[in-house]
Design a protein around this ligand. Structure first.
Ligand SMILES: Nc1ncnc2c1ncn2[C@@H]1O[C@H](COP(=O)(O)OP(=O)(O)OP(=O)(O)O)[C@@H](O)[C@H]1O
Length: 597
Protein backbone atom coordinates (compact mmCIF):
# COMPACT_ATOMS: atom_id res chain seq x y z
CA UNK A 1 0.00 0.00 0.00
CA UNK A 2 2.84 2.41 0.77
CA UNK A 3 3.75 2.41 -2.89
CA UNK A 4 0.39 3.93 -3.73
CA UNK A 5 1.22 6.93 -1.52
CA UNK A 6 2.97 8.35 -4.58
CA UNK A 7 -0.49 9.05 -5.97
CA UNK A 8 -1.65 11.14 -3.03
CA UNK A 9 -0.25 14.27 -4.63
CA UNK A 10 -2.66 13.71 -7.48
CA UNK A 11 -5.60 13.18 -5.15
CA UNK A 12 -4.66 16.49 -3.61
CA UNK A 13 -4.37 18.15 -6.99
CA UNK A 14 -7.84 16.98 -7.97
CA UNK A 15 -9.39 17.33 -4.50
CA UNK A 16 -12.17 19.60 -5.75
CA UNK A 17 -13.30 16.84 -8.03
CA UNK A 18 -12.81 14.03 -5.52
CA UNK A 19 -14.64 15.61 -2.58
CA UNK A 20 -17.91 16.17 -4.48
CA UNK A 21 -17.45 12.62 -5.79
CA UNK A 22 -17.44 11.23 -2.26
CA UNK A 23 -20.52 13.30 -1.38
CA UNK A 24 -22.30 11.95 -4.42
CA UNK A 25 -21.47 8.39 -3.34
CA UNK A 26 -23.02 9.01 0.09
CA UNK A 27 -26.13 10.68 -1.31
CA UNK A 28 -26.67 8.03 -3.98
CA UNK A 29 -26.47 5.30 -1.34
CA UNK A 30 -28.94 7.11 0.85
CA UNK A 31 -31.41 7.07 -2.00
CA UNK A 32 -30.52 3.44 -2.59
CA UNK A 33 -31.52 2.43 0.92
CA UNK A 34 -34.76 4.47 1.13
CA UNK A 35 -36.83 2.37 -1.33
CA UNK A 36 -36.62 -0.63 1.01
CA UNK A 37 -38.38 1.39 3.70
CA UNK A 38 -41.02 2.62 1.26
CA UNK A 39 -41.64 -0.98 0.23
CA UNK A 40 -42.02 -1.99 3.88
CA UNK A 41 -44.67 0.70 4.38
CA UNK A 42 -46.40 -0.34 1.17
CA UNK A 43 -46.28 -3.97 2.22
CA UNK A 44 -47.79 -3.24 5.60
CA UNK A 45 -50.39 -1.08 3.90
CA UNK A 46 -51.37 -3.93 1.63
CA UNK A 47 -51.83 -6.20 4.63
CA UNK A 48 -53.93 -3.66 6.53
CA UNK A 49 -56.00 -2.74 3.52
CA UNK A 50 -56.77 -6.33 2.65
CA UNK A 51 -58.16 -6.82 6.17
CA UNK A 52 -60.12 -3.58 5.83
CA UNK A 53 -61.37 -4.60 2.39
CA UNK A 54 -62.63 -7.89 3.80
CA UNK A 55 -64.30 -5.98 6.66
CA UNK A 56 -66.47 -4.08 4.20
CA UNK A 57 -67.52 -7.24 2.40
CA UNK A 58 -71.01 -6.71 0.94
CA UNK A 59 -70.97 -2.93 1.64
CA UNK A 60 -70.90 -0.21 -0.93
CA UNK A 61 -67.92 1.34 0.82
CA UNK A 62 -65.78 -1.64 -0.26
CA UNK A 63 -65.34 -0.13 -3.72
CA UNK A 64 -64.10 3.13 -2.18
CA UNK A 65 -61.60 1.27 0.03
CA UNK A 66 -60.41 -0.58 -3.08
CA UNK A 67 -59.85 2.67 -4.96
CA UNK A 68 -57.99 4.36 -2.12
CA UNK A 69 -55.88 1.26 -1.71
CA UNK A 70 -55.05 1.07 -5.41
CA UNK A 71 -54.29 4.78 -5.51
CA UNK A 72 -51.89 4.61 -2.56
CA UNK A 73 -50.10 1.60 -4.04
CA UNK A 74 -49.61 3.56 -7.25
CA UNK A 75 -48.25 6.43 -5.21
CA UNK A 76 -45.74 4.15 -3.46
CA UNK A 77 -44.72 2.65 -6.79
CA UNK A 78 -44.12 6.13 -8.17
CA UNK A 79 -42.15 7.05 -5.04
CA UNK A 80 -39.84 4.05 -5.40
CA UNK A 81 -39.35 4.97 -9.04
CA UNK A 82 -38.59 8.56 -8.14
CA UNK A 83 -36.08 7.53 -5.46
CA UNK A 84 -34.35 5.20 -7.91
CA UNK A 85 -34.25 7.99 -10.44
CA UNK A 86 -32.66 10.38 -7.94
CA UNK A 87 -30.18 7.67 -7.01
CA UNK A 88 -29.41 7.20 -10.70
CA UNK A 89 -28.67 10.90 -11.09
CA UNK A 90 -26.24 10.80 -8.16
CA UNK A 91 -24.65 7.60 -9.46
CA UNK A 92 -24.10 9.39 -12.73
CA UNK A 93 -22.53 12.36 -10.94
CA UNK A 94 -20.40 10.01 -8.85
CA UNK A 95 -18.95 8.39 -11.96
CA UNK A 96 -18.57 11.75 -13.65
CA UNK A 97 -16.42 13.00 -10.81
CA UNK A 98 -14.43 10.02 -9.55
CA UNK A 99 -13.91 8.05 -12.77
CA UNK A 100 -13.19 11.23 -14.70
CA UNK A 101 -10.63 12.23 -12.09
CA UNK A 102 -8.95 8.87 -12.46
CA UNK A 103 -8.57 9.54 -16.17
CA UNK A 104 -7.03 12.95 -15.45
CA UNK A 105 -4.58 11.36 -13.01
CA UNK A 106 -3.80 8.61 -15.51
CA UNK A 107 -2.90 11.30 -18.04
CA UNK A 108 -0.69 13.12 -15.54
CA UNK A 109 1.00 9.93 -14.40
CA UNK A 110 1.76 8.81 -17.95
CA UNK A 111 3.29 12.19 -18.68
CA UNK A 112 5.28 12.08 -15.46
CA UNK A 113 6.72 8.66 -16.31
CA UNK A 114 7.43 9.50 -19.94
CA UNK A 115 9.08 12.79 -18.94
CA UNK A 116 11.21 10.99 -16.41
CA UNK A 117 12.21 8.27 -18.87
CA UNK A 118 13.58 10.95 -21.17
CA UNK A 119 15.81 12.27 -18.39
CA UNK A 120 17.39 8.89 -17.78
CA UNK A 121 20.76 8.07 -19.21
CA UNK A 122 21.99 5.44 -21.63
CA UNK A 123 23.14 3.11 -18.85
CA UNK A 124 19.51 2.89 -17.71
CA UNK A 125 18.33 2.03 -21.21
CA UNK A 126 20.93 -0.68 -21.51
CA UNK A 127 19.78 -2.25 -18.25
CA UNK A 128 16.08 -2.28 -19.07
CA UNK A 129 14.43 -3.61 -22.15
CA UNK A 130 11.99 -1.61 -24.22
CA UNK A 131 9.09 -4.00 -23.57
CA UNK A 132 9.45 -3.44 -19.85
CA UNK A 133 9.62 0.33 -20.25
CA UNK A 134 6.51 0.28 -22.39
CA UNK A 135 4.61 -1.98 -20.03
CA UNK A 136 5.17 0.32 -17.10
CA UNK A 137 3.81 3.31 -18.94
CA UNK A 138 0.80 1.47 -20.36
CA UNK A 139 -0.21 -1.73 -18.56
CA UNK A 140 0.96 -0.69 -15.10
CA UNK A 141 -0.57 2.77 -15.35
CA UNK A 142 -3.78 1.10 -16.44
CA UNK A 143 -3.83 -1.00 -13.30
CA UNK A 144 -3.09 2.00 -11.16
CA UNK A 145 -5.99 3.78 -12.79
CA UNK A 146 -8.28 0.95 -11.73
CA UNK A 147 -7.29 1.83 -8.20
CA UNK A 148 -7.72 5.57 -8.69
CA UNK A 149 -11.17 5.20 -10.22
CA UNK A 150 -13.18 2.03 -9.63
CA UNK A 151 -11.36 0.86 -6.49
CA UNK A 152 -11.63 4.19 -4.68
CA UNK A 153 -15.21 4.65 -5.83
CA UNK A 154 -16.36 1.16 -4.87
CA UNK A 155 -14.48 1.22 -1.57
CA UNK A 156 -16.32 4.33 -0.47
CA UNK A 157 -19.52 2.90 -1.86
CA UNK A 158 -19.03 -0.37 -0.01
CA UNK A 159 -18.35 1.27 3.31
CA UNK A 160 -21.19 3.78 3.03
CA UNK A 161 -23.73 1.26 1.79
CA UNK A 162 -22.79 -1.36 4.38
CA UNK A 163 -23.06 1.12 7.24
CA UNK A 164 -26.40 2.47 6.02
CA UNK A 165 -27.93 -0.93 5.35
CA UNK A 166 -26.70 -2.58 8.55
CA UNK A 167 -27.79 0.44 10.63
CA UNK A 168 -31.24 0.29 9.02
CA UNK A 169 -31.45 -3.47 9.69
CA UNK A 170 -30.44 -3.13 13.35
CA UNK A 171 -32.87 -0.29 13.92
CA UNK A 172 -35.71 -2.51 12.72
CA UNK A 173 -34.81 -5.69 14.59
CA UNK A 174 -31.33 -6.60 15.91
CA UNK A 175 -32.06 -10.34 16.12
CA UNK A 176 -33.25 -10.59 12.56
CA UNK A 177 -30.33 -8.40 11.47
CA UNK A 178 -27.89 -10.77 13.12
CA UNK A 179 -29.34 -13.86 11.45
CA UNK A 180 -29.70 -12.25 8.06
CA UNK A 181 -26.11 -11.01 8.17
CA UNK A 182 -24.63 -14.35 9.26
CA UNK A 183 -23.82 -15.70 5.76
CA UNK A 184 -22.31 -12.39 4.58
CA UNK A 185 -18.86 -12.73 6.27
CA UNK A 186 -18.71 -16.33 4.99
CA UNK A 187 -19.55 -15.02 1.55
CA UNK A 188 -16.82 -12.38 1.76
CA UNK A 189 -14.24 -14.89 2.96
CA UNK A 190 -15.03 -17.31 0.14
CA UNK A 191 -14.97 -14.51 -2.39
CA UNK A 192 -11.58 -13.39 -1.16
CA UNK A 193 -10.17 -16.87 -1.70
CA UNK A 194 -11.78 -17.33 -5.09
CA UNK A 195 -10.67 -13.89 -6.11
CA UNK A 196 -7.10 -14.69 -5.15
CA UNK A 197 -7.19 -17.72 -7.42
CA UNK A 198 -8.72 -15.65 -10.21
CA UNK A 199 -5.99 -13.05 -9.78
CA UNK A 200 -3.22 -15.57 -9.87
CA UNK A 201 -4.63 -17.03 -13.04
CA UNK A 202 -5.16 -13.61 -14.63
CA UNK A 203 -1.55 -12.73 -13.87
CA UNK A 204 -0.46 -15.92 -15.54
CA UNK A 205 -2.52 -15.02 -18.61
CA UNK A 206 -1.03 -11.54 -18.65
CA UNK A 207 2.49 -12.88 -18.44
CA UNK A 208 1.87 -15.37 -21.20
CA UNK A 209 0.29 -12.70 -23.33
CA UNK A 210 3.35 -10.53 -23.04
CA UNK A 211 5.64 -13.48 -23.84
CA UNK A 212 3.48 -14.14 -26.87
CA UNK A 213 3.53 -10.55 -28.09
CA UNK A 214 7.29 -10.20 -27.57
CA UNK A 215 7.72 -13.39 -29.57
CA UNK A 216 5.54 -12.10 -32.39
CA UNK A 217 7.23 -8.70 -32.35
CA UNK A 218 10.68 -10.19 -32.59
CA UNK A 219 9.65 -12.62 -35.29
CA UNK A 220 8.31 -9.92 -37.53
CA UNK A 221 11.22 -7.57 -36.90
CA UNK A 222 13.53 -10.35 -37.97
CA UNK A 223 11.31 -11.70 -40.75
CA UNK A 224 14.06 -11.27 -43.32
CA UNK A 225 16.47 -13.48 -41.40
CA UNK A 226 13.73 -16.04 -40.75
CA UNK A 227 12.90 -16.27 -44.45
CA UNK A 228 16.55 -16.40 -45.46
CA UNK A 229 17.23 -19.30 -43.14
CA UNK A 230 13.91 -21.06 -43.86
CA UNK A 231 12.89 -21.06 -40.22
CA UNK A 232 9.16 -20.35 -40.78
CA UNK A 233 8.01 -23.84 -39.77
CA UNK A 234 10.14 -23.78 -36.65
CA UNK A 235 8.78 -20.37 -35.66
CA UNK A 236 5.24 -21.60 -36.33
CA UNK A 237 5.82 -24.48 -33.91
CA UNK A 238 7.16 -22.13 -31.26
CA UNK A 239 4.19 -19.83 -31.74
CA UNK A 240 1.72 -22.72 -31.44
CA UNK A 241 3.44 -23.83 -28.27
CA UNK A 242 3.26 -20.36 -26.70
CA UNK A 243 -0.33 -19.94 -27.88
CA UNK A 244 -1.24 -23.25 -26.33
CA UNK A 245 0.20 -22.22 -22.98
CA UNK A 246 -1.91 -19.09 -23.23
CA UNK A 247 -5.02 -21.13 -24.01
CA UNK A 248 -4.46 -23.40 -21.01
CA UNK A 249 -4.09 -20.39 -18.75
CA UNK A 250 -7.26 -18.82 -20.14
CA UNK A 251 -9.22 -22.06 -19.68
CA UNK A 252 -8.09 -22.35 -16.08
CA UNK A 253 -9.40 -18.86 -15.43
CA UNK A 254 -12.77 -19.53 -17.05
CA UNK A 255 -13.22 -22.61 -14.85
CA UNK A 256 -12.69 -20.62 -11.66
CA UNK A 257 -14.89 -17.78 -12.84
CA UNK A 258 -17.63 -20.26 -13.59
CA UNK A 259 -18.11 -21.01 -9.89
CA UNK A 260 -17.92 -17.39 -8.83
CA UNK A 261 -21.47 -16.24 -9.53
CA UNK A 262 -23.32 -19.44 -8.61
CA UNK A 263 -21.52 -19.27 -5.26
CA UNK A 264 -22.69 -15.73 -4.63
CA UNK A 265 -26.25 -16.59 -5.59
CA UNK A 266 -26.18 -19.60 -3.27
CA UNK A 267 -25.11 -17.60 -0.26
CA UNK A 268 -27.54 -14.76 -0.95
CA UNK A 269 -30.28 -17.35 -1.33
CA UNK A 270 -29.27 -18.78 2.02
CA UNK A 271 -29.45 -15.36 3.63
CA UNK A 272 -32.91 -14.79 2.16
CA UNK A 273 -34.17 -18.14 3.46
CA UNK A 274 -32.85 -17.36 6.96
CA UNK A 275 -34.45 -13.91 6.81
CA UNK A 276 -37.83 -15.32 5.86
CA UNK A 277 -37.66 -18.09 8.49
CA UNK A 278 -36.39 -16.00 11.43
CA UNK A 279 -38.49 -13.05 10.24
CA UNK A 280 -41.59 -15.27 10.24
CA UNK A 281 -40.90 -16.24 13.85
CA UNK A 282 -40.48 -12.58 14.81
CA UNK A 283 -43.71 -11.62 13.06
CA UNK A 284 -45.46 -14.39 14.99
CA UNK A 285 -44.02 -12.92 18.19
CA UNK A 286 -45.30 -9.55 17.04
CA UNK A 287 -41.92 -7.80 17.21
CA UNK A 288 -41.89 -6.93 13.50
CA UNK A 289 -44.40 -6.67 10.68
CA UNK A 290 -44.40 -8.75 7.55
CA UNK A 291 -43.39 -5.56 5.68
CA UNK A 292 -40.14 -5.70 7.59
CA UNK A 293 -39.39 -9.11 6.07
CA UNK A 294 -39.80 -7.63 2.58
CA UNK A 295 -37.59 -4.72 3.64
CA UNK A 296 -34.93 -7.13 4.95
CA UNK A 297 -34.90 -9.21 1.80
CA UNK A 298 -34.07 -6.05 -0.13
CA UNK A 299 -31.33 -5.15 2.37
CA UNK A 300 -29.78 -8.61 2.14
CA UNK A 301 -29.71 -8.34 -1.62
CA UNK A 302 -28.23 -4.89 -1.41
CA UNK A 303 -25.40 -6.28 0.72
CA UNK A 304 -24.40 -8.63 -2.08
CA UNK A 305 -22.74 -5.75 -3.81
CA UNK A 306 -20.43 -4.71 -0.93
CA UNK A 307 -19.54 -8.37 -0.32
CA UNK A 308 -18.49 -8.78 -3.95
CA UNK A 309 -16.89 -5.37 -4.13
CA UNK A 310 -14.77 -6.11 -1.07
CA UNK A 311 -13.03 -9.01 -2.77
CA UNK A 312 -12.79 -7.22 -6.08
CA UNK A 313 -11.51 -3.96 -4.64
CA UNK A 314 -8.93 -5.81 -2.53
CA UNK A 315 -7.47 -7.42 -5.61
CA UNK A 316 -7.59 -4.17 -7.58
CA UNK A 317 -5.66 -2.42 -4.85
CA UNK A 318 -3.12 -5.23 -4.55
CA UNK A 319 -2.49 -5.21 -8.28
CA UNK A 320 -2.30 -1.43 -8.38
CA UNK A 321 0.20 -1.44 -5.51
CA UNK A 322 2.38 -3.97 -7.35
CA UNK A 323 2.21 -1.87 -10.50
CA UNK A 324 2.90 1.39 -8.70
CA UNK A 325 5.90 -0.26 -7.08
CA UNK A 326 7.28 -1.01 -10.53
CA UNK A 327 6.51 2.53 -11.68
CA UNK A 328 8.14 4.06 -8.59
CA UNK A 329 11.23 1.97 -9.17
CA UNK A 330 11.85 3.87 -12.41
CA UNK A 331 10.57 7.20 -11.16
CA UNK A 332 13.05 7.05 -8.32
CA UNK A 333 15.94 6.17 -10.58
CA UNK A 334 18.06 9.29 -10.75
CA UNK A 335 19.86 9.94 -14.02
CA UNK A 336 23.57 9.41 -13.52
CA UNK A 337 24.31 12.10 -16.06
CA UNK A 338 23.42 15.28 -14.23
CA UNK A 339 23.19 18.66 -15.86
CA UNK A 340 24.72 21.81 -14.50
CA UNK A 341 22.23 24.69 -14.24
CA UNK A 342 20.35 25.34 -17.47
CA UNK A 343 21.58 28.11 -19.72
CA UNK A 344 22.90 28.92 -23.12
CA UNK A 345 26.46 28.23 -24.20
CA UNK A 346 28.53 28.55 -27.31
CA UNK A 347 31.78 26.71 -27.72
CA UNK A 348 34.65 27.29 -30.11
CA UNK A 349 35.46 23.59 -30.20
CA UNK A 350 38.74 23.07 -28.40
CA UNK A 351 38.48 19.46 -27.20
CA UNK A 352 40.85 17.86 -24.71
CA UNK A 353 40.81 14.31 -23.42
CA UNK A 354 42.98 14.09 -20.31
CA UNK A 355 43.95 10.65 -19.08
CA UNK A 356 40.44 9.37 -19.77
CA UNK A 357 39.62 5.85 -18.62
CA UNK A 358 36.21 4.26 -18.86
CA UNK A 359 34.71 0.92 -17.91
CA UNK A 360 31.12 0.09 -18.93
CA UNK A 361 29.22 -0.20 -15.66
CA UNK A 362 27.14 -3.27 -16.50
CA UNK A 363 29.62 -5.45 -18.31
CA UNK A 364 32.77 -4.37 -16.54
CA UNK A 365 34.50 -4.08 -19.90
CA UNK A 366 37.25 -1.49 -19.79
CA UNK A 367 36.79 0.33 -23.08
CA UNK A 368 39.31 3.17 -22.66
CA UNK A 369 42.58 3.39 -20.75
CA UNK A 370 44.36 6.66 -20.10
CA UNK A 371 43.44 8.27 -23.40
CA UNK A 372 44.74 11.80 -23.92
CA UNK A 373 44.61 14.02 -26.99
CA UNK A 374 43.61 17.50 -28.04
CA UNK A 375 41.72 18.91 -31.00
CA UNK A 376 42.22 22.57 -31.73
CA UNK A 377 39.15 24.52 -32.89
CA UNK A 378 38.36 23.89 -36.53
CA UNK A 379 40.67 20.89 -36.85
CA UNK A 380 39.88 17.33 -37.87
CA UNK A 381 40.82 14.37 -35.72
CA UNK A 382 40.44 10.87 -37.07
CA UNK A 383 40.28 7.72 -35.03
CA UNK A 384 41.03 4.30 -36.47
CA UNK A 385 41.36 0.96 -34.82
CA UNK A 386 40.07 -2.58 -34.76
CA UNK A 387 36.47 -3.33 -33.83
CA UNK A 388 35.95 -3.10 -30.13
CA UNK A 389 38.99 -0.88 -29.65
CA UNK A 390 36.91 1.86 -27.99
CA UNK A 391 36.25 4.32 -30.82
CA UNK A 392 32.50 4.64 -30.30
CA UNK A 393 33.02 4.80 -26.56
CA UNK A 394 35.13 7.86 -27.11
CA UNK A 395 32.29 9.53 -29.02
CA UNK A 396 29.76 8.44 -26.36
CA UNK A 397 31.85 10.05 -23.66
CA UNK A 398 32.22 13.30 -25.58
CA UNK A 399 28.41 13.35 -26.04
CA UNK A 400 28.03 12.71 -22.31
CA UNK A 401 26.01 9.55 -22.91
CA UNK A 402 28.22 8.30 -20.09
CA UNK A 403 30.51 10.18 -17.75
CA UNK A 404 34.19 9.41 -17.50
CA UNK A 405 35.31 7.49 -14.42
CA UNK A 406 38.79 8.95 -14.28
CA UNK A 407 40.47 11.76 -16.12
CA UNK A 408 38.49 14.56 -17.72
CA UNK A 409 37.12 15.76 -21.01
CA UNK A 410 37.38 19.48 -21.51
CA UNK A 411 35.80 21.67 -24.13
CA UNK A 412 37.15 25.21 -24.37
CA UNK A 413 39.09 24.43 -21.22
CA UNK A 414 36.00 23.56 -19.11
CA UNK A 415 35.13 20.10 -17.87
CA UNK A 416 32.09 19.08 -19.92
CA UNK A 417 30.29 18.07 -16.71
CA UNK A 418 30.10 21.76 -15.83
CA UNK A 419 28.05 22.67 -18.88
CA UNK A 420 24.24 22.66 -18.99
CA UNK A 421 23.62 19.31 -20.66
CA UNK A 422 21.05 20.36 -23.24
CA UNK A 423 22.99 23.43 -24.28
CA UNK A 424 26.19 21.40 -24.51
CA UNK A 425 24.65 18.68 -26.65
CA UNK A 426 23.12 21.27 -28.95
CA UNK A 427 26.69 22.31 -29.81
CA UNK A 428 27.49 18.86 -31.17
CA UNK A 429 26.37 17.16 -34.35
CA UNK A 430 26.64 13.44 -33.84
CA UNK A 431 26.20 10.85 -36.57
CA UNK A 432 25.98 7.49 -34.82
CA UNK A 433 27.19 4.19 -36.18
CA UNK A 434 23.74 2.65 -36.19
CA UNK A 435 21.47 5.00 -38.07
CA UNK A 436 18.01 5.50 -36.71
CA UNK A 437 15.39 7.17 -38.84
CA UNK A 438 11.83 7.83 -37.72
CA UNK A 439 8.75 6.75 -39.67
CA UNK A 440 8.28 10.23 -41.00
CA UNK A 441 9.11 12.32 -44.05
CA UNK A 442 12.74 12.67 -45.09
CA UNK A 443 12.50 16.42 -44.48
CA UNK A 444 11.33 15.90 -40.90
CA UNK A 445 14.05 13.34 -40.31
CA UNK A 446 16.69 15.78 -41.43
CA UNK A 447 15.18 18.69 -39.50
CA UNK A 448 14.84 16.53 -36.39
CA UNK A 449 17.29 18.45 -34.21
CA UNK A 450 15.75 21.85 -34.90
CA UNK A 451 12.44 23.24 -33.67
CA UNK A 452 11.82 25.04 -36.93
CA UNK A 453 13.72 24.46 -40.12
CA UNK A 454 13.08 25.99 -43.52
CA UNK A 455 13.06 23.83 -46.62
CA UNK A 456 16.17 25.71 -47.79
CA UNK A 457 18.01 24.61 -44.67
CA UNK A 458 16.88 21.01 -45.17
CA UNK A 459 18.01 21.03 -48.78
CA UNK A 460 21.34 22.62 -47.94
CA UNK A 461 22.00 19.95 -45.30
CA UNK A 462 21.06 17.23 -47.79
CA UNK A 463 23.50 18.70 -50.29
CA UNK A 464 26.20 18.78 -47.65
CA UNK A 465 25.64 15.08 -47.03
CA UNK A 466 25.57 14.34 -50.78
CA UNK A 467 22.11 12.82 -50.63
CA UNK A 468 20.21 15.64 -52.31
CA UNK A 469 20.23 13.97 -55.71
CA UNK A 470 18.82 10.73 -54.31
CA UNK A 471 16.01 12.47 -52.47
CA UNK A 472 15.11 14.74 -55.36
CA UNK A 473 14.72 11.63 -57.54
CA UNK A 474 11.90 10.30 -55.34
CA UNK A 475 8.42 11.12 -56.57
CA UNK A 476 7.56 13.08 -53.45
CA UNK A 477 11.08 14.40 -52.91
CA UNK A 478 11.73 15.51 -49.37
CA UNK A 479 8.15 14.72 -48.38
CA UNK A 480 8.72 11.00 -49.07
CA UNK A 481 7.81 8.97 -46.03
CA UNK A 482 10.39 6.50 -44.81
CA UNK A 483 10.25 3.68 -42.32
CA UNK A 484 7.45 1.27 -41.60
CA UNK A 485 4.76 3.05 -43.55
CA UNK A 486 6.97 4.35 -46.34
CA UNK A 487 9.82 3.47 -48.60
CA UNK A 488 13.01 1.85 -47.43
CA UNK A 489 16.20 3.75 -48.04
CA UNK A 490 19.38 1.92 -48.88
CA UNK A 491 22.00 1.59 -46.14
CA UNK A 492 24.15 4.33 -47.72
CA UNK A 493 21.18 6.66 -48.21
CA UNK A 494 20.19 6.24 -44.58
CA UNK A 495 23.71 7.09 -43.46
CA UNK A 496 23.68 10.24 -45.52
CA UNK A 497 20.25 11.36 -44.25
CA UNK A 498 21.67 10.83 -40.79
CA UNK A 499 24.67 13.02 -41.70
CA UNK A 500 22.34 15.72 -43.03
CA UNK A 501 20.51 15.63 -39.69
CA UNK A 502 23.75 16.47 -37.92
CA UNK A 503 24.77 19.15 -40.43
CA UNK A 504 21.51 21.11 -40.33
CA UNK A 505 22.19 22.06 -36.71
CA UNK A 506 25.39 23.80 -37.85
CA UNK A 507 27.11 22.63 -34.69
CA UNK A 508 30.57 23.70 -33.63
CA UNK A 509 31.65 20.10 -33.04
CA UNK A 510 30.95 17.27 -35.48
CA UNK A 511 31.35 13.57 -34.72
CA UNK A 512 31.04 11.00 -37.46
CA UNK A 513 31.04 7.49 -36.05
CA UNK A 514 31.88 5.16 -38.89
CA UNK A 515 29.08 6.71 -40.90
CA UNK A 516 30.43 6.05 -44.36
CA UNK A 517 30.78 2.30 -44.04
CA UNK A 518 27.78 1.60 -46.26
CA UNK A 519 28.83 3.78 -49.19
CA UNK A 520 31.24 2.90 -51.96
CA UNK A 521 34.59 4.67 -52.23
CA UNK A 522 33.41 6.90 -55.08
CA UNK A 523 30.39 8.16 -53.12
CA UNK A 524 32.60 8.43 -50.09
CA UNK A 525 34.87 10.78 -51.98
CA UNK A 526 31.93 12.91 -53.03
CA UNK A 527 30.56 13.04 -49.50
CA UNK A 528 33.93 13.92 -48.04
CA UNK A 529 34.32 16.71 -50.55
CA UNK A 530 30.89 18.13 -49.65
CA UNK A 531 31.52 17.62 -45.98
CA UNK A 532 34.81 19.52 -46.12
CA UNK A 533 32.73 22.66 -46.80
CA UNK A 534 30.36 21.95 -43.92
CA UNK A 535 33.29 21.12 -41.66
CA UNK A 536 35.08 24.38 -42.23
CA UNK A 537 35.85 26.09 -38.95
CA UNK A 538 34.35 23.22 -36.94
CA UNK A 539 36.14 20.69 -34.81
CA UNK A 540 35.51 17.29 -36.26
CA UNK A 541 36.05 13.74 -35.09
CA UNK A 542 36.01 11.12 -37.79
CA UNK A 543 35.78 7.52 -36.69
CA UNK A 544 36.42 5.14 -39.54
CA UNK A 545 37.68 1.77 -40.60
CA UNK A 546 38.84 2.82 -44.05
CA UNK A 547 42.04 4.78 -44.23
CA UNK A 548 40.80 6.43 -47.42
CA UNK A 549 38.14 8.17 -45.32
CA UNK A 550 40.52 9.80 -42.94
CA UNK A 551 43.87 10.26 -44.61
CA UNK A 552 43.37 14.02 -44.93
CA UNK A 553 42.66 14.54 -41.25
CA UNK A 554 44.90 16.97 -39.34
CA UNK A 555 45.65 14.35 -36.74
CA UNK A 556 45.03 10.62 -36.60
CA UNK A 557 45.03 8.39 -33.56
CA UNK A 558 45.17 4.63 -33.68
CA UNK A 559 43.32 2.88 -30.87
CA UNK A 560 43.89 -0.65 -29.72
CA UNK A 561 42.23 -2.21 -26.71
CA UNK A 562 41.25 1.18 -25.40
CA UNK A 563 44.73 2.71 -25.70
CA UNK A 564 46.32 5.06 -28.18
CA UNK A 565 49.08 3.06 -29.78
CA UNK A 566 50.07 5.45 -32.54
CA UNK A 567 49.27 9.01 -33.53
CA UNK A 568 50.28 11.64 -36.05
CA UNK A 569 49.37 12.74 -39.56
CA UNK A 570 48.78 10.22 -42.34
CA UNK A 571 52.32 10.63 -43.63
CA UNK A 572 53.88 10.50 -40.18
CA UNK A 573 51.98 7.31 -39.35
CA UNK A 574 53.00 5.67 -42.60
CA UNK A 575 56.59 6.57 -41.91
CA UNK A 576 56.34 4.79 -38.57
CA UNK A 577 55.70 1.52 -40.40
CA UNK A 578 53.59 0.29 -37.52
CA UNK A 579 49.94 -0.78 -37.17
CA UNK A 580 48.61 2.10 -39.27
CA UNK A 581 51.05 1.30 -42.02
CA UNK A 582 50.00 -2.37 -41.98
CA UNK A 583 46.33 -1.47 -42.03
CA UNK A 584 46.92 0.81 -44.98
CA UNK A 585 48.84 -1.87 -46.88
CA UNK A 586 46.08 -4.39 -46.24
CA UNK A 587 43.39 -2.05 -47.43
CA UNK A 588 45.33 -1.12 -50.54
CA UNK A 589 45.71 -4.81 -51.37
CA UNK A 590 41.99 -5.41 -50.85
CA UNK A 591 41.19 -2.50 -53.16
CA UNK A 592 43.50 -3.84 -55.82
CA UNK A 593 41.87 -7.24 -55.47
CA UNK A 594 38.46 -5.70 -55.98
CA UNK A 595 39.63 -3.79 -59.03
CA UNK A 596 41.27 -6.97 -60.38
CA UNK A 597 38.08 -8.94 -59.99
N1 LIG B 1 26.88 -0.05 -23.95
C1 LIG B 1 27.86 -0.90 -23.68
N2 LIG B 1 27.81 -1.63 -22.55
C2 LIG B 1 28.78 -2.47 -22.25
N3 LIG B 1 29.87 -2.68 -23.00
C3 LIG B 1 29.98 -1.99 -24.16
C4 LIG B 1 28.98 -1.06 -24.55
N4 LIG B 1 29.33 -0.54 -25.73
C5 LIG B 1 30.52 -1.08 -26.05
N5 LIG B 1 30.92 -1.95 -25.12
C6 LIG B 1 32.17 -2.70 -25.11
O1 LIG B 1 33.25 -1.76 -25.04
C7 LIG B 1 34.28 -2.10 -25.93
C8 LIG B 1 34.55 -0.93 -26.88
O2 LIG B 1 33.43 -0.80 -27.74
P1 LIG B 1 33.30 0.35 -28.82
O3 LIG B 1 31.90 0.31 -29.33
O4 LIG B 1 33.79 1.61 -28.27
O5 LIG B 1 34.26 -0.16 -29.95
P2 LIG B 1 34.52 0.41 -31.40
O6 LIG B 1 35.95 0.60 -31.54
O7 LIG B 1 33.63 1.54 -31.69
O8 LIG B 1 34.09 -0.85 -32.28
P3 LIG B 1 33.43 -0.87 -33.75
O9 LIG B 1 34.48 -0.41 -34.68
O10 LIG B 1 33.10 -2.32 -33.97
O11 LIG B 1 32.25 -0.02 -33.68
C9 LIG B 1 33.86 -3.37 -26.63
O12 LIG B 1 34.51 -4.44 -25.99
C10 LIG B 1 32.38 -3.46 -26.40
O13 LIG B 1 31.97 -4.81 -26.25
Amino acid sequence: MKHLAHLNKYFYKYRWRMIPGVIFVIVSNYFGVLPAQVIRIAFDLVKENISMYRLFDGFERQQLVYEIFGYSLLLFGALVLLLSLIRGVFLFLMRQTIILTSRHIEFDLKNEIYGHYQQLDMAFYRRNNTGDLMNRVTEDVNRVRSYLGPAVMYSINTVVLSIMVIAAMISVNPTLALYALLPIPVLSAILLVVNKIINRRSERIQEQLSTLSSFVQETFSGIRVIKTYNREADKMDRFTEESNTYRQAALALVKTEAIFFPLILLLIGLSTVITVYVGGLEVAKGTITSGNIAEFIIYVNQLTFPAMALAWVTSLIQRAAASQKRINEFLRTEPEIQSAAEGHIEVTGNIQFEQVSFTYPDTGIQALKNVSFEIKPGKVLAIVGRTGSGKSTLANLLMRMYDVQSGAIRVDGRDIRQFPLRAYRSQIGFVPQDVFLFSDSIANNIAFGLDNATSDEVEEAAKGAAVYGNIAAFEKGFETTIGERGITLSGGQKQRVSIARALIKKPQILIFDDCLSAVDTKTEEEILQNLSIAMQGKSTIFIAHRISTIKNADHIIVLDQGMIIEQGSHEELLAMQGNYFELNEKQLLEEEDQVGN
